[in-house]
Design a protein around this ligand. Structure first.
Ligand SMILES: CCCCCCCCCCCCC/C=C/C(=O)SCCNC(=O)CCNC(=O)[C@H](O)C(C)(C)COP(=O)(O)OP(=O)(O)OC[C@H]1O[C@@H](n2cnc3c(N)ncnc32)[C@H](O)[C@@H]1OP(=O)(O)O
Ligand SMILES: Cc1cc2nc3c(=O)[nH]c(=O)nc-3n(C[C@H](O)[C@H](O)[C@H](O)COP(=O)(O)OP(=O)(O)OC[C@H]3O[C@@H](n4cnc5c(N)ncnc54)[C@H](O)[C@@H]3O)c2cc1C
Length: 669
């Protein structure tokens, strides 16, 4: 059943009637524009109405069948994209709503962007049309068995042979085997492979190469190429639809012009030439994908909260001592204090993701004009926001599962699979700890430059206000004072800056900078988190300050923004107190205000998740159904399990019957 379909009984109608805002306009605020709502709606319904895209049986499929099902869906999606002449925007949405991880994600999400970002114009002309028409399938082969986080530690070699004008790709050790790339195991014909470039006997470090892996005739691995899938992964269904792979090269030769040569080149004679650009542009594809991962975090968290809010509104437990109807679990203050911050986080991540997309586009234009001044800002923001939003989302999905009680543990709730599919986002595209340490290092550098009078820019500009922020006192006197965006912003800025300065001072006391960074790395993580949370809060405040049409929409967003900020104050109160940014009393007032905000949010909760405009197909959850008619659906779903194919289970004759007979004999003794 789909959102708002005709002829349904809406068990959540009462909840929808209490909303104090225009849901239709909230859909626009969430999606970004009326056009975005319409096109997403069209694509979601197209997928939901196509039986090939059915996914309710996914967690019951054995791996081989699941993989075949993924191939079928990807091929069918492509057929529909071509038949319907979908635009790029429509095609991306259609793939999103198919909602099954597969090789296409890496083909479009990493292989194509790597060629676009690191290939010369000539290389793009040659390879992109093939990729756009799916005449080749590509993946992104960077990580190895021995090294993932430490990119500079990769071992695969690409040695130039001037005699034949070729590179020789080789995996010299077991640990140099490529390990993890999605789409590599079974589907890809090509890969962008990251390897150490060796020419004229010198190792020039990591570079990208386009390598053909499989025959375009029969898909068999090419000579010298060993390929396979790395095995089953966490959870049922989930990321097991993806063929994460292993790859080894035994002296495989590729033409010289398959080195991605936009940033550096090797001449026919074997001379290495590096263009006058920062080396870090090699990491550009990762920066691009980290940015998309932030947008995906809001999608995953909004799905989980949509399920938990709708289910909590229909689920009833206990009741007043005086008798009468049982209480909707959403009315319990504990349920609200666990769930509403997650709902607010979903909105916060949506808006910071929107801003990050803008930042990424802006930086890309500057890079094209050879202005590299914002590269560090792009790295810090994408890495930090990727880390903070994915960790909070993974934890949030698991919390939503618990918020749904026992039924949340059933596959049919959709939450176990959502969690299992989502949780590797904390690791891929950079382990979150490794990424936060990158942010912290940049913050430490910024603090050290403050003394020289260098003014920080972009999201670090607040650090320039060091004199004021190091000594300012929070002016909150009443719970309502916490509704002031200026007060919120100031305490978040003061907390982030004071933590950074304290940490920098402690590092300076260490025997060396390196030792200090090493010893204080747990503190550095917290410094980075404080800075990134400030960015999220600030971008939410800025969003709410914009013109937002629709009755009550702005007020709801303001509430959500305040919930997000004050929840963080409550959660990290130790930081705010230990840095002297506020008093314990002010902390208590923040918590008091939070309780009031939850009460204001309560009548709007179901409508706020309706504004995500998700179809029942995309949600994939019996508990999150739009109509709230959960129990019959749960009951029906149970009977679909293959274990219920027969009343007497397989194995009865061999293992149950003899046992039961033996017990019978014993009881006769
Ligand atoms: C239909 C379309 C849908 C699209 C949706 C997308 C779908 C995608 C789905 C997702 C599927 C998942 C697929 C997963 C893929 C992968 O996981 S690919 C592999 C990812 N691997 C990593 O992320 C590795 C992480 N490691 C690193 O990034 C680096 O090794 C490091 C940790 C950053 C360290 O780098 P290193 O070169 O050793 O340098 P440092 O000494 O630390 O730093 C040197 C200077 O460089 C700066 N810097 C580092 N990184 C960047 C960067 N990316 N950009 C710009 N600058 C960078 C760093 O700050 C240092 O600066 P200075 O101090 O000024 O020198
Ligand atoms: C589902 C999935 C899909 C993937 N897809 C791809 C793909 O398509 N292409 C590709 O190339 N790769 C892919 N990867 C690999 C992924 O990018 C790496 O796993 C990731 O970058 C983490 O690296 P690692 O595995 O080496 O972790 P490690 O670095 O070994 O991490 C292990 C532990 O060490 C800690 N640690 C590491 N370094 C430091 C440090 N300097 N300081 C403090 N702690 C540290 C980490 O925090 C972590 O706790 C994928 C991975 C997964 C799980």
């Amino acid at each position: 059943m789909e959102a708002g379909g005709a002829g349904e009984v809406d068990h959540l109608a009462g909840e929808r009637a209490t909303a104090q805002f225009d849901v239709d306009h909230m859909k626009v605020a969430w999606a970004g524009s009326r056009h975005a709502v319409d096109v997403a709606d069209r694509m979601a319904r197209l997928v939901a109405s196509d039986p090939v895209f059915r996914k309710d049986n996914r967690t019951m499929l054995p791996r081989k069948e699941l993989f075949k099902d993924t191939l079928r869906k990807a091929a069918h999606a492509w057929k529909r994209i071509v038949e319907l002449r979908l635009t790029e925007e429509e095609a991306n949405l259609l793939r999103l709503y198919v909602d099954q991880p597969g090789y296409v994600d890496l083909h479009w999400g990493m292989f194509v962007p790597a060629i676009k970002g690191q290939g010369t114009e000539e290389q793009q002309k040659k390879w992109l049309p093939l990729a756009y028409k799916f005449q080749i399938i590509g993946c992104y082969a960077q990580t190895e068995l021995g090294h993932g986080s430490n990119v500079q530690g990769l071992e695969t070699t690409a040695t130039f042979d001037p005699k034949t004008d070729e590179f020789v790709m080789h995996s010299p050790t077991l640990t140099s085997s490529k390990w993890w790339p999605g789409g590599l195991g079974k589907a890809s014909t090509h890969a962008v492979v990251y390897a150490r470039l060796i020419t004229e006997g010198k190792d020039y470090g990591i570079h990208g190469f386009i390598v053909q892996l499989r025959s375009l005739e029969d898909h068999s691995p090419l000579p010298g190429v060993t390929l396979g899938d790395i095995g089953g992964k966490f959870g049922s269904g989930a990321y097991n639809s993806m063929d994460n792979g292993v790859l080894r090269f035994d002296h495989v030769r590729i033409p010289r012009d398959q080195m991605l040569m936009r940033l550096s080149q090797v001449t026919k004679e074997g001379k290495y030439v590096h263009s006058n650009v920062p080396k870090q542009l090699l990491y550009g594809t990762m920066v691009f994908v980290r940015q998309t991962i932030v947008a995906d975090a809001s999608k995953a968290l909004s799905r989980a909260t949509c399920i938990a809010v709708r289910y909590s509104a229909m689920r009833k437990q206990f009741g007043p001592q005086t008798g009468g109807p049982e209480t909707q679990v959403l009315n319990y203050k504990t349920q609200q204090s666990r769930l509403f911050p997650l709902l607010a986080s979903a909105y916060a991540f949506r808006f910071v993701g929107e801003w990050l997309k803008w930042l990424y586009t802006d930086v890309t234009h500057k890079l094209e004009a050879k202005d590299f001044s914002t590269l560090q800002e792009a790295h810090a923001c994408t890495a930090g926001l990727k880390a903070v939003t994915t960790s909070a989302t993974a934890d949030g999905i698991e919390e939503c599962r618990k918020l749904c009680g026992g039924h949340g543990y059933l596959n049919s709730s959709g939450l176990p699979e959502l969690f299992a599919t989502y949780v590797p986002a904390c690791t891929y595209e950079g382990d979150n700890v490794v990424l936060l340490l990158q942010v912290a290092r940049i913050l430490m550098k910024t603090v050290s430059q403050l003394a020289s009078g260098k003014q920080p820019v972009g999201t670090m500009a607040y650090m320039g206000n060091v004199q004021y922020l190091m000594q300012c006192k929070c002016g909150v006197n009443t719970a309502e004072d916490w509704l002031s965006p200026a007060a919120i912003r100031e305490v978040f800025e003061a907390r982030a800056l004071r933590m950074a300065v304290n940490c920098a001072q402690n590092i300076n006391r260490a025997p060396s900078q390196e030792e200090g960074l090493y010893e204080l790395s747990p503190d550095l993580l917290e410094v980075a988190v404080a800075h990134i949370q400030l960015i999220i809060v600030t971008k939410f405040i800025e969003k709410v300050e914009q013109d937002i049409p629709g009755e009550g929409v702005k007020e709801q967003l303001r509430n959500l923004c305040n919930v997000y900020a004050l929840y963080l104050v409550h959660k990290h109160l130790g930081d705010f107190l230990s840095t002297g940014c506020m008093t314990a009393r002010q902390g208590a007032l923040a918590n008091q205000q939070l309780g009031k905000l939850y009460a204001q949010l309560r009548p709007n909760a179901v409508a706020l998740v309706d504004a995500f405009n998700y179809t029942d197909h995309y949600l994939g959850s019996v508990l999150g159904r739009y109509d709230g008619n959960v129990y019959p659906a749960l009951y029906d779903e149970a009977w679909k399990d293959p274990l219920n194919d027969s009343p007497v289970p397989d194995g009865y004759r061999e293992h149950l019957r003899p046992l039961l007979k033996q017990q019978l004999k014993l009881s006769r003794l």
